[in-house]
Design a protein around this ligand. Structure first.
Ligand code: FMN
Length: 199
């Protein structure tokens, strides 16, 4: 590549959300690892959803609680959203679904058109596959722009992470890094589209 004519791309700010509030969560560990696996132009920043209250439409009509408003604003301010979530009873954990419900109301629904990637870890063989697909279903309704397959569904979590929460399985590290490069590309495509076809 000719570096003299290469245009510097602005940094890609990625909001990373874990579907687990557990201290030793594999999914949170995966997002922490994603910071180092991301392409150089990508900044992966953790966002904590544990303080978001249970959804109540009466409360929303009086005004978003600060934690819910902050969540909506943070999505808006990011170039992409990266979710890593466990599977609870074959679906998305309530805490994560609850946060998404707060974000989902119009006007200015912040997931609309947002580049997104979804990952998941479980200890079972299926790698949180059902949660991954339920989350995809939700995000299709939100009109987000998703990185598609191959999906990141990491099974047998305890064999892939060490005691310190480091992702020690090299093929999985490579797979996640590839997914993040595809998210980067999706952000770049979204920027190009926005420049060529303003809303
Ligand atoms: C309430 C609950 C429901 C669960 N349901 C499933 C499930 O449907 N499928 C699955 O593979 N694991 C299930 N698990 C196990 C989780 O995948 C496992 O605890 C995982 O480590 C949680 O993710 P974390 O490490 O990020 O907290 C469940 C765990 C809990 C606490």
């Amino acid at each position: 590549m000719n570096h003299a004519i290469r245009q510097e791309q602005p940094v890609i700010r990625v909001m990373a959300i874990s579907g687990s509030s557990r201290k030793a969560s594999y999914n949170t560990a995966l997002l922490l690892e994603a910071r180092g696996l991301a392409p150089p132009a990508m900044a992966v920043e953790m966002y904590d959803i544990t303080g978001i209250p249970p959804y109540n439409d009466d409360v929303r009509l009086e005004g978003y609680p600060p934690a819910a408003a902050g969540f909506r604003n943070a999505i808006r301010a990011s170039d992409a959203v990266l979710i890593a979530s466990p599977e609870y009873n074959r679906s998305v954990p309530g805490m994560l679904k609850n946060a998404i419900d707060w974000a989902s109301r119009q006007p200015d629904q912040p997931f609309q058109g947002k580049p997104m990637a979804i990952m998941g870890v479980s200890n079972g063989a299926l790698g949180a596959a059902f949660a991954n697909y339920h989350l995809r279903q939700i995000m299709v309704y939100m009109d987000a722009r998703l990185v598609n397959g191959p999906e990141v569904m990491i099974g047998a979590g305890r064999t892939k992470f060490d005691e310190q929460g480091r992702l020690v399985d090299q093929p999985t590290r490579d797979f996640v890094a590839a997914h993040l490069r595809r998210l980067e590309r999706l952000v770049q495509e979204t920027r190009l589209l926005a420049a060529r076809m303003p809303a």
